[in-house]
Design a protein around this ligand. Structure first.
Ligand code: F6R
Ligand code: ZN
Length: 199
C-alpha cells in the first residue's frame, strides 16, 4: 500500500470544486469554433467573455494503475440555442474509460464514436453515474438553469486529446427547441441557422 499518495480530499458539491485545489476556468474565448452559431458566439464575446466552466483536479499519482479525478462546474446559459458545454475530448490514451458522478443541476453527456455515427445522450444530474467507454468523444452540457457540478474519474495515463475535436468537432449538437433540449445533427442545425439568417 502506497500511503504517500493523496488519500483524501473534500468536494464542495455546490461550488463544484475540490477544496484546496487550483481552479482553472474556461471562458467563452477558449471555446472558439466549438459553438455552431458563430454570429451568436461573436455577439456574446463582444458583450463580455463569460466563464463557461471550471475544473479542479487531483492528478498527482501517476504510476501504472493510478487514477486521476477532477471536479467540474458548468454554468447555465446558451450561445444562440446551444447550451453551455465543455470543449469535449477523446482520451490521448484512446482505450481509457471514465466514470462521471453528478452532484447538482441538470446536464447531459454527449458521447460519440470516432466516426460520429454512434451517438448517445446520457443524463448527468444529482446522484447519477455515467460510464464513458474508451474510444469515445465526450462533452458535458448544462441543460438546466443552475450550475451543473460533477466529478470524473479516469486512468492517470488517460490524458486529453482536444485536437481531434478542434478539427472536426462533434457531429451532433444539443440545442433548445420549444424550451426543451434536443439532440440534432450539427449539419441540420447549421442549415437551420443559415435559413434563419436569410429570413
Ligand atoms: C477528464 C474529463 C473531465 C473533463 C472536464 C472538462 O478526462 O473528462 O474531467 O476534463 O469535464 O472538460 P474538457 O476536458 O473537455 O474541457
Ligand atoms: Zn475525459
Amino acid at each position: 500500500m502506497e500511503l504517500t499518495k493523496e488519500l483524501f480530499t473534500r468536494l464542495d458539491p455546490t461550488a463544484g470544486v475540490i477544496e484546496g485545489k487550483s481552479v482553472s476556468a474556461r471562458r467563452l474565448s477558449d471555446l472558439k469554433g466549438l459553438f455552431a452559431d458563430e454570429a451568436a458566439f461573436d455577439q456574446a464575446l463582444q458583450e463580455g467573455d463569460p466563464v463557461i466552466y471550471e475544473t479542479s483536479g487531483v492528478e498527482s499519482a501517476s504510476g501504472e494503475g493510478d487514477l486521476h479525478y477532477a471536479a467540474g462546474k458548468i454554468l447555465p446559459g446558451k450561445i444562440g440555442r446551444e447550451y453551455f458545454m465543455t470543449k469535449g475530448h477523446y482520451h490521448a490514451w484512446k482505450p481509457a474509460a471514465e466514470v462521471y458522478i453528478g452532484f447538482q443541476g441538470r446536464g447531459v453527456m454527449l458521447l460519440e464514436s470516432e466516426d460520429g455515427r454512434q451517438v448517445e445522450l446520457v443524463p448527468l444530474e444529482a446522484n447519477s453515474i455515467v460510464y464513458v467507454p474508451g474510444n469515445t468523444a465526450h462533452r458535458t452540457i448544462n441543460i438546466g438553469d443552475e450550475p451543473l457540478t460533477y466529478i470524473g474519474i479516469y486512468p492517470a495515463r488517460a490524458g486529453h486529446d482536444y485536437g481531434s475535436i478542434a478539427v472536426k468537432n462533434f457531429a451532433h449538437v444539443v440545442v433548445e427547441v420549444d424550451g426543451e433540449p434536443r439532440l440534432m445533427k450539427r449539419e441540420d442545425f447549421l442549415k437551420e441557422i443559415a435559413i434563419n439568417k436569410e429570413l
